[in-house]
Write a protein that binds this ligand. Structure first.
Ligand code: NAD
Length: 368
């Protein structure tokens, strides 16, 4: 139990990260919980939030967070592993599943870690759901990237000089990001098709006005948490064959398929890319977890026989102003649970806390 709590907003160490974990608009609400808010100078600049906006909201701007900080908020707290405040509680997205070094950092520094990617997908936790808030932005941004990378109109255009047919866009994986990519491409007038191995996604694809395609692998594909299950080798092979025809008919493919904690499934082989129409585009949102396309290179755009394959590293950071607003609200949702009447108290019986608190005072309590 801690009172007189100091919450520190960390300036992101990753030079390519534009988001900030708390926006000025939420500072007052956090102070109202009875917390002192300190913000590292220029934390919000790249997202569009100047220091003076934090000061006006009641925060104190500091050069560096002091070692008295109780709670540190961040987008990616472990980018610079030497910049960690001992005995603090960290609220951040992490890559702990693929980066075991974080385990020893938490142990050595007696950290408590609330991993924002482990927010349980239950109705009460929706306000905290950072994976969804950021995936939705990434899906929207991917739709725009596909549109601006094509050398074509998205909508049907009837002009005095003739009629131009709409572009056809195929979206692979219709979770949060995929559905937002579908909605964005539809709004821009494209002819959109969606695919997912979870049959439940079909209804959502169709409700956005897109066509749903499914193959015989679409059975028993959903885990109890609503996530997709990994496919067997045989099913993966038949899936590749099924999708090839649709990929070759498309002007752009936006791929978003993912299995939590696993490498992303391959849905587009390089041999298929080589057969695509010149000028085609692939936006592979799953690039950070290995990519859905065999030709994807993380953080780069490659050209194979005239098809451009984008492997964006961090699409939500490209829309840092709004991405920070929703991420900040997600963190505030957690603060409301762990701070009661000016006191910081961790209730392990709360299923949200139980799912997110990976380390408590340096002791690992969840297998990731
Ligand atoms: P995700 O990022 O883990 O995966 C993206 C999509 O890829 C999923 O729809 C998945 O089915 C699909 N996929 C995986 N392997 C595939 C393959 N081989 N071929 C084609 N598609 C494949 O998913 P997500 O966006 O985090 O959403 C997962 C589920 O959780 C969805 O059912 C979503 O509606 C649900 N959800 C629930 C809540 C909540 O209840 N609070 C919040 C967000 C999402």
């Amino acid at each position: 139990m801690i009172d007189n709590i100091i919450l520190g907003v960390k300036k992101e160490d990753d030079p390519s990260e534009n988001r900030v974990s708390i926006v000025p608009k939420d500072v007052k609400a956090i102070i109202d919980l009875g917390i002192i808010v300190e913000v590292e100078k220029d934390s919000g600049i790249k997202a569009g939030y100047p220091n003076k906006d934090y000061e006006s909201a009641g925060a104190v701007i500091v050069k560096n967070l002091s070692n008295k900080t109780n709670i540190v908020t961040s987008v990616n707290a472990f980018y610079n592993k030497s910049n960690i405040i001992k005995n603090s509680s960290i609220i951040s997205l992490t890559d702990i599943r693929t980066n075991p070094e974080i385990v020893s950092i938490c142990e050595k520094n007696s950290l408590s870690l609330f991993a924002m990617e482990f927010v349980p997908r239950i109705a009460r936790a929706q306000k905290l759901d950072a994976l969804s808030s950021q995936a939705s932005i990434a899906g929207y941004r991917a739709g725009l990237l596909a549109a601006t990378s094509l050398k074509k109109y998205l909508p049907l255009m009837m002009t005095a000089a003739g009629t131009i047919p709409p572009s056809s866009i195929l979206v692979l994986g219709a979770g949060v990001a995929g559905l937002q990519a579908i909605a964005t491409a539809k709004r821009l007038g494209a002819d959109v098709t969606g695919y997912d191995i979870r049959l439940a996604a079909g209804e959502q694809i169709e409700s956005l006005g897109a066509k749903f395609i499914s193959d015989e692998v679409a059975e028993d594909t959903e885990s109890s948490g609503g996530y997709a299950k990994e496919q067997t080798k045989d099913k993966q092979k038949s899936q590749l064959e099924f999708l090839k025809e649709y990929i070759l008919k498309s002007d752009a493919v936006i791929s978003t398929a993912a299995i939590p904690g696993r490498k992303a499934p391959i849905l587009i082989e390089t041999s298929t890319v080589k057969e695509m129409k010149p000028g085609s585009v692939i936006v592979d949102i799953s690039a950070p977890s290995g990519g859905n396309c065999q030709s994807t290179v993380l953080g780069e755009s490659v050209d194979i026989n005239g098809t451009i394959i984008h492997g964006p590293k961090n699409l939500s950071s490209e829309m840092a102003f709004d991405a920070s607003i929703v991420y900040s609200k997600n963190i505030f949702g957690l603060l409301e649970i762990i701070i009661k009447k000016n006191v910081f108290e961790i209730n392990l019986e709360d299923e949200i806390i139980d799912a997110m608190l990976v380390f408590q005072n340096g002791k690992k309590r969840i297998e990731v």
